[in-house]
Design a protein around this ligand. Structure first.
Ligand SMILES: *[C@@H]1O[C@H](CO)[C@@H](O)[C@H](O)[C@H]1NC(C)=O
Ligand SMILES: *[C@@H]1O[C@H](CO)[C@@H](O)[C@H](O)[C@H]1NC(C)=O
Ligand SMILES: [Zn+2]
Length: 988
């Protein structure tokens, strides 16, 4: 009941022509933030919530720093520092005014540079709910191409800054994803578990929107998990009326041309009657497609409010004149508001809401405009982001396990913060999505590289502490193209394999070497099977002049959970020769678990068998390219571009019907190296003890001398009877069923038979029938689909010659200094063939292993005496159902831990059961003094987390009461549950 909540109070200074309130007068003793700071509404009128906001991309056409400072305004006029300066000034001029701020990456930059005075003022604005944080992650993440672990990390970082700086008044109540190009169910699930009361977004399929407008279902309850007990993953979701823009004719930013309110009746251009009339018409029309007597209008857009006076001066007047009509019987009440104040009114309405259980992919804004290209755009950046996530988790873990010396030790000062920030920025919806300009993509990659350099110092310090050896550690980050100066030249070196997973792994190590024979010994001194194989022509071509190895040394490393082991490698002078390659295609390669057959005439895959389960499927695989539409088309002038996938024919061109092959068959590994064209090759690889078949593809530079844009896919065609169904993961977690030319919630008119069936694949996709399931685990986010019965296709690379007119204004035509003729991209697909009831037991761990790969470090020569060669940070491996998602230093004497049940309910007979873990018996070296549970984003204590309750229209399941934990140390995880703990630890 603060004075500021009375709408008329604000009119006084305006009527008197006063510029602003003196500072001292505006804070009353009853000032409050959050829902209590909302302006009063009028129950019998149509309330129009005007939400002043700016959408500040954390990099897009300019880098995040260029946007912050307002540099390079020749590219786009945008300067976030000025926006925040100006908004704060303008909020002070009228206590009724409201503003929401979203992207903590920018707010943090700005806050750091403010004086104590300004900070005090801003704190007061936040405490009074006049400046409100919404969403509050470091960035507004992309939803199609991000992995859940990186999303949770970036949200945690942004929300932590807000809590540390502003306390409870800084905690956003509402998630706000107004720009991402389609919406993932896993994001909704995460937002629910982060404690948000509701979620708003702007973009959805145009057909879905028109149905929802008619049905008044633009506000709904999203039940975002098949496994978590409602309402744990229920999220109230609102679709904004106009994307995130103001209604037409009401944009009063300096970047807009709409007429200002000219309210001097003595002047020629007086337009108040006209403005009010237009506004009332828009409000009344909008109210027809929403359910309550409250509607929301987003008054702002990209990088607006740099001169906030323009917006606020006109909004003050708009509110005054619109509400002034109430005296003449107008039924419309306009007010300054925020998304949470609007949400509160929807909640008070106490209605029931349509229930949604699928997701909002793919997004189309017109019949031929499917935003499914960015699922794959910039595949090299997407892979680098994924590797960086693994590196960051290793860095975080080793910071904890190594203790404080990790940050300042024998190798100098290292930190995980730089990498955390770089990763957080990379989650933005124009970063890992691949929809930024080239120089901005380069900037994201540069930040990740810089972060990893800081982490390397930390990792070296930590490993020195844990192993007792300060020998210099060498990092070889280009092993994917077989470059590592140490292993290429040294005759004696050791390899430290750090495994960030909480269970032991067996991992193929592959190192560039110049000798033909090596001895590899494990930490116990036992010799390990190894093999030297000649380097392939494809690898030679892609590494260019960066290395000179002629061979590769391959062996299987076995690393303990959350720990490392060390292998010693020495050159043998007169050992056996390297394996030789044969030019003939074998009919089959096989190990204990799998048999892979080939067609000797074509050199292509022809079948796959799982020898344990005695399953065999026909399986061919080849590479194709879709001819990207150039926009010259009778149906639509939409070309393919960074965002949009639009093939100009549904039939892709085959790159080659046959592959030239070269085969290496040894007891350690077997490879069939396939060469399809100068720009497509592949290795079909089976390691000695692997249950998955590896397809290592190398694609590029895509030729464009024919002036045709190309979107390259690989397609697996199998004998599995899929009946048009296929399955993709959501942000690397729960699986969603997809059906060709079908959407679960509306009757689809399919106008793009290929692009309209593409979905994001973050970590895996599969096809199955009653008896067989073929799962493909990817090493980065990619787009994919099943267009024919039994087939699964994945888009690997794209090179396009036209901009797709969604703002980026560059064709997606990636080149680099090293690859001026076009980027070459290399990656891996892992295939597993299982019986459907046990498939998850195979693909869940396989996918985690692809995300959290071991980190290899090298030291020259023999390990020094007394070096500890093996270490595990755990007392014992965690059960197969449990994934250690986060282990990171929080402050001096506490660490943040997240444990995750990585199976869905009913997905696995063995593993879809609740599991109990004892927190005190988890770690081998950390003494846990206490544990407190937090929400998923670690910005609220779990027992203080209260969310609005929303009622769905139809509710099949009664709400189950979840039983408590066995004891305070023993915590139970149910399928798909993530639990977050702050552990007080003794780090001495
Ligand atoms: C909300 O509606 C339900 C059922 O219509 C009713 O029982 C309940 O009392 C209402 N709650 C409030 C706060 O009005
Ligand atoms: C939020 O920050 C306050 C200090 O502003 C701190 O006391 C509190 O513990 C923090 N909450 C959480 C959940 O970390
Ligand atoms: Zn954006």
């Amino acid at each position: 009941m603060a004075a500021v909540s009375l709408p008329l109070a604000a009119l006084l200074p305006l009527l008197c022509g006063v510029l602003g309130f003196p500072l001292g007068q505006e804070t009353g003793p009853t000032a409050a933030c959050g829902y209590r700071s909302c302006h009063a509404t009028k129950p019998n009128l149509l309330n129009v919530h005007l939400v002043p906001h700016t959408h500040d991309d954390v990099g897009w056409l300019k880098t995040v720093d260029q946007y912050y400072y307002g540099d390079r305004n020749d590219i786009q006029h945008a300067g976030v520092q000025y926006i925040l300066d100006s908004v704060v000034d303008q909020l002070l001029k009228n206590p009724d005014r409201r503003f929401i701020y979203v992207e903590t990456a920018f707010f943090y930059r700005w806050w750091k540079r403010q004086s104590a005075d300004v900070r005090r003022t801003v704190r007061r604005l936040v405490d009074e709910g006049r400046l409100e944080f919404v969403n509050g992650g470091w960035c507004m993440s992309d939803e199609a191409t991000t992995h859940y672990s990186a999303v949770i990390d970036q949200m945690t970082m942004g929300l932590r800054f807000l809590n540390d700086t502003f306390g409870p008044c800084g905690r956003p109540r509402v998630a706000w994803h107004i720009d991402p190009f389609g919406h993932a169910r896993e994001h909704a699930s995460m937002f629910a578990q982060m404690g948000y009361d509701g979620f708003f977004f702007g973009r959805l399929d145009y057909q879905d929107r028109s149905r929802r407008r008619i049905a008044r279902e633009q506000e709904l309850l999203w039940r975002a998990s098949d496994s978590l007990t409602p309402p744990m993953a229920d999220l109230f979701t609102g679709i904004l009326p106009n994307g995130y823009n103001p209604p037409e004719g009401f944009c009063w930013d300096q970047s807009c041309d709409d007429p200002p309110i000219r309210d001097d009746p003595d002047l020629e251009d007086y337009n108040v009657d006209d403005v009010v009339k237009r506004f009332l018409a828009i409000a009344n029309t909008q109210a027809k497609v929403y359910k309550t007597n409250h509607i929301i209008m987003t008054m702002g857009s990209d990088f607006q409010y740099e001169n906030a006076n323009l917006w606020y001066k006109n909004l003050d007047k708009l509110i005054r004149y619109v509400n002034g009509r109430q005296a003449n019987g107008s039924r419309v009440h306009a007010l300054y508001s925020t998304p949470s104040c609007y949400l509160q009114e929807l909640h008070r309405a106490n209605l029931t809401w349509a229930l949604k259980t699928d997701d909002f992919f793919p997004y189309a804004d017109d019949a031929h405009d499917l935003w499914t290209g960015y699922f794959t755009s910039r595949p090299a950046l997407k892979r680098y982001e994924r590797i960086s996530n693994g590196n960051l988790q290793t860095c975080n873990q080793l910071e904890v396990l190594g203790g404080p010396i990790s940050r300042n030790g024998p190798f100098g000062k290292g930190d995980s913060q730089t990498m955390k920030k770089a990763m957080a920025v990379a989650q933005h919806h124009d970063a890992v999505s691949g929809t930024e300009k080239q120089h901005v993509a380069d900037d994201y990659a540069r930040r990740l590289a810089g972060g990893w350099l800081r982490c390397q110092v930390l990792v070296s310090n930590s490993l020195a502490a844990l192993s007792g050896s300060t020998a210099e550690r060498i990092y070889c980050d280009k092993l994917n193209v077989s470059v590592c100066p140490l292993t290429e030249s040294s005759s004696k070196f050791s390899v430290n394999v750090y495994n960030p997973l909480a269970r032991p792994v067996s991992w193929p190590v592959r190192l560039p070497v110049n000798g033909t024979s090596y001895k590899v010994s494990d930490a116990e001194g036992r010799s390990v099977d190894c093999q030297v194989v000649p380097l392939s022509a494809a690898t030679r071509a892609v590494r260019r002049n960066r290395g000179f190895a002629v061979n590769e040394l391959v062996f299987q490393a076995r690393a303990p959970p959350l720990g490392f082991t060390t292998y010693s490698v020495s050159l043998l002078r007169d050992g056996p020769p390297a394996a030789s390659t044969r030019r003939r295609t074998p009919t089959a390669i096989q190990n204990k678990f799998l048999r892979v057959t080939f067609d000797p005439d074509t050199g292509l895959l022809s079948g796959l068998s799982n020898l344990e389960t005695k399953q065999t499927i026909k399986l061919t695989q080849n590479f194709y390219w879709y001819n990207a539409s150039d926009g010259n088309n009778s149906k639509s002038d939409q070309p393919s571009g960074a965002y949009i996938f639009r093939p100009n024919s549904s039939t892709p061109f085959v790159i080659s019907r046959t592959a030239k092959t070269e085969t290496v068959q040894t007891s350690v590994l077997q490879e069939v190296r396939q060469w399809f064209s100068p720009w497509v090759s592949q290795v079909v690889r089976l390691h000695g003890d692997s249950r998955a078949l590896e397809l290592e593809w190398t694609v590029g530079p895509l030729p464009i001398d024919d002036d045709l844009g190309k979107e390259v896919i690989t397609r697996l065609d199998s004998s599995i009877q899929t009946a048009e169904y296929f399955y993709t993961d959501s942000n690397g977690r729960e699986i969603l069923q997809r059906k060709k030319d079908f959407r679960p919630t509306w009757i689809l008119r399919q106008s793009e038979p290929v692009a309209g069936n593409y979905y994001p694949i973050n970590s895996r996709a599969f096809i199955k029938d009653e008896v067989d399931q073929l799962t493909v685990v990817t090493d980065r986010s990619q787009g994919g689909s099943s267009i024919q019965n039994g087939s699964l296709e994945i888009m690997l690379h794209r090179r396009l010659l036209y901009d797709d007119v969604r703002g980026v204004a560059e064709p997606l035509n990636e080149t680099s200094a090293l690859f001026p003729e076009g980027l070459v991209v290399r990656g891996r697909l892992l295939l597993s063939l299982d019986r459907p009831p046990t498939a998850a037991d195979a693909h869940r761990p396989l996918a985690q292993q692809a995300v959290l790969q071991p980190t290899l470090t090298f030291t020259d020569g023999e390990p020094r005496p007394n070096t500890r060669l093996e270490f595990s940070g755990l007392q014992a491996a965690l059960p197969p159902a449990v994934h250690l998602l986060t282990l990171t230093q929080w402050d001096e004497d506490s660490v943040l831990l997240r444990l995750e049940h990585q199976f869905q309910s009913r997905e696995s007979k063995e593993n879809s059961r609740p599991v109990t873990v004892n927190l005190q018996k988890l770690f081998s070296t950390l003494e846990i003094l206490g544990a407190s549970e937090l929400n998923l984003s670690a910005n609220q204590w779990k027992d203080e987390m209260k969310r609005f309750h929303w009622t769905p229209q139809t509710d099949e399941k009664p709400l189950l009461k979840r039983s408590g934990d066995p004891s305070s140390w023993e915590v139970t995880l149910r399928p798909m549950e993530i639990r977050t703990f702050l552990l007080r630890v003794d780090l001495r």
